[in-house]
Design a protein around this ligand. Structure first.
Ligand SMILES: Cc1ncc(COP(=O)(O)O)c(C=O)c1O
Length: 437
C-alpha cells in the first residue's frame, strides 16, 4: 500500500503566482518542487524544535533544517531571546554594537585556527574574501578547490555569465586522493594562492588526508583554507579542524553559527587576517548585530548543553537504523556520511532500479511526514529526540518495504538526471538540483 498523497494546494497556488513575479519562482537555488516534483511542500508556515508546518497545514519532522543553519531547533528560546534583546535596543545603527567584540572573543576561544575574525553576511561572501586574502598574501592568482563554496564567479557551478579567465584560474582535485592534488600542484604550484576545501561532504576524510592536503599546499607556498560552513558547529564546537585535528591557515563559517540568523565569519592566523586591510571588504549589513547576538547565544548553548554529542548520537542511531532496515528488507541502500550529517544512497547497479527506489522512498517518507532531502545530505539538530528518531526509522522501514514491493511488481520511475545524487566533485551537477548546495 502506498501512502495517500498530501495536499499542497496553497503551496502550489503561491508558487504559480511567484513564477510570474519572482525570477526562478524562488530565491533558493533549488526550488523544493524539483526535489521530487509534486511531493514536497514549497512554503513554510512555522517551525518549532525539529518540526516544520507548511502553509497547507502538513506537519513534517525536518532533517533538512535549511541546509544545516538550524542546529538547536527552530525558535530556540535562548537564541531568539538574545536576538529580540538586540532588536529592542534599536538596530541598524551607523555604529558598531559591543556584541561584535563579544562574539569575536568567543570565536577566538572556540575555533582552533582563529586568532582574528572578520564578519560577513553569507557563506559566499566569506569564501570569496578568503580567496582574495590568499591572493593578496601570496601574490598568486590560481585557486585549487574541492567542494561547494557558493555562487560567486570563482566557484559558480554553472558556466554562463562567468568570464573564461576567472574559470581558468580555478582548478579542482579528487577527494581522498592526495596524488591528484600533488599532480596539480606539481604543474601549477608556483601560481597557486590557496587550496580551499570543505573538510568533507559525505565521504569522511581518510586518515592523514586533510593533514596531507595542508602539507602539500604549504610546501607549494599556498594557504590551506577549510570551508567549514556545514561542518562548523556540527562535528565539534571548533569544527572539523578540531574534530580531525588539522589546523588550517584560514577557515570560513556560517550556517549553524547563529541558528538561522544570517551571518558568516572568516577566521585565521593573525598575520594573514591583518592583511585584509589591503583590500576592501564591506557591506551595508555586515555590522548587523542581531545575528551576532544570536551567535553568542547559540555557541553558549551548544557548549552548555552538550548538544554536539547529542547530534552524533542521534545521527549514528539514524545511520545504524537505516542500514539495519535496508539489510532487513533487502533493498540495496547504504546510510553514509558522518553522524551529524547523515545521508542515504541507493546502491543497485541498475540506474533505473536505483532511481525507482529513491523516488518511492522519498515519496513515502514525505507523505508520512518526514522532510528528508533526496539529493543533499541531511542534518541532525539538538531538538531531534529519541522518540523522533524511532518514528523516523519506523517510517523509513515502511518506505523500504514499499520500495521492495514496487520493485518486485516491476514498477520503474522514469529516470530524471536532475534527481541523481552528485556529491561535491567541484564540477557542475547534471542539472538543477545537484547535491552541492
Ligand atoms: C560548504 C559551503 N560553502 C559555502 C556555501 C555558500 O554559502 P551561502 O549559500 O550562504 O552563500 C555553502 C552553502 O550551502 C556551503 O555549504
Amino acid at each position: 500500500m502506498t501512502s495517500p498523497a498530501l495536499s499542497f494546494e496553497r503551496s502550489d497556488a503561491l508558487f504559480r503566482r511567484a513564477q510570474q513575479i519572482i525570477a526562478g519562482g524562488t530565491t533558493q537555488g533549488k526550488a523544493p518542487d524539483t526535489l521530487l516534483p509534486g511531493e514536497y511542500p514549497i512554503y513554510a508556515d512555522h517551525g518549532r524544535g525539529a518540526q516544520l508546518w507548511d502553509v497547507d497545514g502538513n506537519r513534517f519532522l525536518d532533517w533538512i533544517l535549511a541546509y544545516g543553519i538550524i542546529v538547536l531547533g527552530y525558535c530556540d528560546p535562548d537564541v531568539d531571546a538574545a536576538a529580540i534583546r538586540e532588536i529592542r535596543q534599536g538596530f541598524a545603527f551607523p555604529l558598531t554594537r559591543p556584541v561584535q567584540n563579544e562574539l569575536a572573543e568567543l570565536l577566538v576561544q572556540t575555533i582552533p585556527c582563529a586568532e582574528m575574525v572578520h564578519f560577513f553576511k553569507t557563506g559566499s561572501d566569506t569564501t570569496t574574501a578568503a580567496v582574495r586574502l590568499a591572493r593578496i598574501v601570496t601574490g598568486r592568482q590560481k585557486v585549487v578547490r574541492w567542494g561547494y563554496h557558493g555562487w560567486h564567479d570563482w566557484c559558480c557551478l554553472r558556466e554562463p555569465g562567468i568570464p573564461k579567465a576567472v574559470r581558468e584560474d580555478v582548478l579542482t582535485f579528487r577527494y581522498n586522493d592526495l596524488d591528484s592534488l600533488e599532480d596539480l600542484l606539481a604543474r601549477h604550484g608556483d601560481r597557486v594562492a590557496c587550496v580551499i576545501m570543505m573538510p568533507l561532504e559525505i565521504e569522511p576524510p581518510a586518515p592523514g588526508f586533510l593533514q596531507g592536503v595542508k602539507e602539500l599546499a604549504q610546501r607549494h607556498g599556498a594557504l590551506f583554507i577549510l570551508d567549514e560552513m556545514r561542518s562548523g558547529f556540527h562535528l565539534a564546537l571548533g569544527g572539523a579542524q578540531e574534530h580531525y585535528g588539522v589546523i588550517p591557515d584560514l577557515a570560513t563559517f556560517s550556517k549553524a553559527l547563529s541558528n538561522g540568523y544570517a551571518m558568516s565569519v572568516l577566521t585565521g592566523r593573525r598575520e594573514l587576517m591583518r592583511r585584509l586591510d589591503e583590500t576592501y571588504v564591506s557591506s551595508t549589513f555586515f555590522t548587523d548585530a542581531i545575528p551576532m547576538a544570536a551567535a553568542v547565544a547559540t555557541i553558549d548553548k551548544l557548549r552548555r548543553t552538550q548538544a554536539i554529542p547529542h547530534l552524533w548520537r542521534i545521527g549514528q542511531g539514524l545511520l545504524d537504523g537505516l542500514n539495519r532496515l535496508a539489510a532487513h528488507t533487502g533493498v540495496a541502500a547504504e546510510a553514509v556520511g558522518v553522524a551529524p550529517m547523515p545521508f542515504l544512497t541507493f546502491t543497485d547497479s541498475d540506474p533505473e532500479v536505483r532511481q525507482t527506489a529513491k523516488v518511492v522512498f522519498y515519496r513515502e517518507t514525505t507523505r508520512r511526514g518526514l522532510l528528508l532531502h533526496p539529493n543533499h545530505h541531511w542534518f541532525v539538530c539538538a531538538a531531534h529526540t529519541d522518540r523522533e528518531l524511532q518514528r523516523t526509522l519506523e517510517i523509513c522501514g515502511d518506505a523500504f518495504e514499499t520500495v521492495k514491493r514496487e520493485l518486485a511488481r516491476g514498477y520503474r520511475a522514469s529516470v530524471r538526471p536532475h534527481t541523481e545524487v552528485t556529491v561535491a566533485t567541484g564540477r557542475a551537477p547534471a542539472g538543477p538540483g545537484g547535491a552541492s548546495k
